[in-house]
Design a binder for this molecule. Structure first.
Ligand code: ATP
Ligand code: MG
Length: 576
């Protein structure tokens, strides 16, 4: 069993106060009643934007935006309503209809957010993509989804010019930030020009909560990204998980550091907070520790949702930089995307005086399913407990539930509102998720402890089998991180004639440490001592960085393929 470390620093909340009682009494029907759904208003954009533009929040700032060059903009809920109505009318004149796919290849500029709302208003399907994608990643997505319209900038369009001939279904390209002297091609149109003339009154389309809303491709950590398709009904999950897990309230200034090209940036970067009428902050710049702290100070960020990779980078940047900023506005921090190493939580407690709340979900699940809550103690290294309305279990490969403490497949009982409705163009892959006795299988392995907390072991494919012991890479990575020299680690199983597999660790060192044989031996000894004799890495390789996806996840499959000299597979989502 895991260590018994518990953080009991419980945060005050106006949201979820009694977990057990709420879990027992919860019903999705009751949540649905919080929405004003009528025949002509069954649309997430109505609930997230127009509703607030028509009530007391109309002049509340919905979006604080900061560009990479330091430019600033602010939008109220009523401005977002007006601009998204205009954008919807513009797209309509371009022939966009219900169910058409409109893909967005933009930096994190306001038009990205406005387009996503507008596409929802049309009942069309939005496909946000990371602006750092290369031509292959864009082609795969536009081809698979048969997108009709692409919204991009002249600069980004240049990057995909070479693949446009491979996209016969693409009819139009809308160019944002078009320069006067830029020569438009025949099929291209200028956003600024068209939006100027578009009417600012739009009649929303969408009549059924089951109408599709967006397609997001998975991060590509384990293989080729899948086109996960979600519907308007997701809003029930978005709304209530944002309220109870991120603990957002009306006076918050909330910063989700994720790009909408990753599901976190779409669900909790805009829909979740706006369904709750919350002001969000968006930064269209790169990671920089000092800049990030300056943002928190300047905007008075109160709730911050980020990822383990960012937290590890902040930890690597050291504690001195933190002392230069006033971070007292922060009241709540959450993390998602990868396992959150206990050492990072301990560090967060020390430097921010706040516990970091880890939570687990997937592109396929459409919302947070397992989480740490303000009202419950945190066990560092655990993802927390199932959200009310969610039945999670550890099962064997026949679907039997396994007892407390036993490792197995993490599975969920289907039927929560934001569960994916299809894998675009791949019915077979969709069905595979459900082929164990009525469960939705996640592809992750985990175990549950005696208090009902879930502990992540690894991707089912990443679990290492060494001399008959099953070892999760996360456990070894987290133990390595506890050593003062280690900034980051990626661990894989390397085939070995004698032991089946041996553990190999790729280690990035902190500033001021140099790779050498002594340090290698010291780390091995350190892990042997912390974990177990069988769990120490027999091989350690020092490196400058680890391969990661655009969403910031360590790509262990790539470390392994390189190690074994095998084909590296789909790398379209690899970070630079
Ligand atoms: P692909 O499915 O293409 O391989 P991916 O699984 O990384 O990519 P996402 O949907 O972005 O795509 O990520 C979901 C996965 O991220 C989960 O299945 C899990 O492995 C990991 N994950 C997310 N949050 C956590 C967490 N809090 N702790 C541990 N793992 C997490
Ligand atoms: Mg996945």
């Amino acid at each position: 069993m895991k260590n018994a470390e518990v953080i009991t620093k419980i945060t005050t909340t106006s949201g979820l106060i009694d977990y057990d009682k709420t879990y027992k009494e919860f019903s999705w029907e009751a949540i649905k009643k919080e929405f004003s759904l009528t025949n002509n208003r069954v649309n997430i954009a109505f609930e997230a934007i127009d509703k607030h533009a028509n009530n007391w929040r109309k002049n509340k700032i919905a979006l604080y935006w900061e560009g990479a060059d330091g430019s600033l903009q602010k939008y109220t809920f009523s401005e977002l309503k007006r601009l998204s109505d205009k954008c919807a009318n513009m797209l309509k004149t371009l022939g966009v209809k219900k169910n058409d796919r409109v893909f967005i290849f933009l930096p994190r500029i306001p038009e990205l957010y406005i387009s996503i709302i507008a596409i929802a208003k049309l009942g069309a399907i939005a496909g946000p993509m990371f602006s750092a994608f290369g031509p292959d990643a864009v082609r795969d997505r536009l081809q698979n989804s048969e997108a009709k319209v692409l919204i991009t900038t002249p600069e980004l369009k240049e990057r995909v010019d070479t693949i446009l001939w491979e996209l016969p279904k693409l009819e139009r390209i809308v160019l944002v930030n078009n320069k006067e002297d830029y020569e438009l091609e025949e099929s291209d149109v200028c956003y600024k020009t068209l939006i100027k003339d578009a009417s600012d009154k739009f009649n929303m389309e969408c009549s059924d909560l089951e109408d599709p809303l967006y397609i997001l491709y998975t991060s590509g950590t384990t293989g080729k990204p899948k086109g996960i398709t979600h519907v308007h009904n997701d809003m029930l999950s978005h709304y209530i998980t944002t309220k109870w897990v991120l603990d957002l309230r009306d006076d918050d200034i909330y910063w989700c550091t994720a790009d909408p090209g990753w599901v976190t940036g779409t669900v909790y970067g805009l829909w979740g907070p706006w369904l709750n009428g919350i002001s969000i902050y968006v930064f269209d710049g790169r990671f920089d520790a000092a800049k990030w702290y300056e943002i928190i100070q300047t905007y008075g960020i109160t709730v911050w949702y980020t990822a383990p990779t960012a937290l590890r980078m902040l930890m690597k940047a050291g504690d001195d930089v933190i002392k230069k900023y006033d971070l007292s506005s922060l009241r709540y921090i959450c993390s998602v995307g990868e396992p959150l190493n206990p050492e990072v939580i301990r560090w967060g407690l020390k430097v921010y005086d706040l516990p970091i709340h880890d939570n687990w979900w997937q592109t396929e699940t459409g919302s947070i399913l397992i989480a740490n809550y303000p009202c419950l103690p945190i066990k560092p290294g655990s993802m927390g407990k199932p959200f009310p309305g969610i039945k999670a279990a550890i099962i064997d490969n026949k679907g039997n539930e396994l007892p407390v403490g036993q490792q197995g497949l993490l599975a969920i009982k289907p039927g929560w509102p934001s569960m994916m409705r299809k894998v675009w163009g791949d019915e077979k892959r969709f069905k595979e998720y459900f082929n164990i006795d009525g469960w939705y299988t996640t592809g992750d392995t985990a175990f549950k402890d005696e208090d009902g907390y879930f502990w992540f072991i690894g991707r089912a494919d990443d679990v290492i089998n060494t001399s008959g012991h099953r070892v999760g890479p996360f456990e070894v990575e987290s133990a390595l991180l506890e050593h003062k020299a280690v900034a980051e680690a990626g661990v894989i199983g390397k085939p070995d004639a004698e032991r089946g597999e041996i553990i190999k660790a790729f280690v990035v060192l902190r500033e001021g440490f140099t790779p050498n044989h002594e340090l290698e031996e010291e780390l091995k000894k350190f892990i042997k001592h912390r974990l177990a004799a069988h769990a120490y890495p027999r091989e350690i390789e020092f490196c400058h960085n680890l391969p990661k996806t655009r969403s910031g996840k360590i790509m262990r499959r790539l470390l392994k393929a390189r190690e074994m000299g095998l084909p590296t597979g789909d790398l379209s989502t690899l970070e630079d």
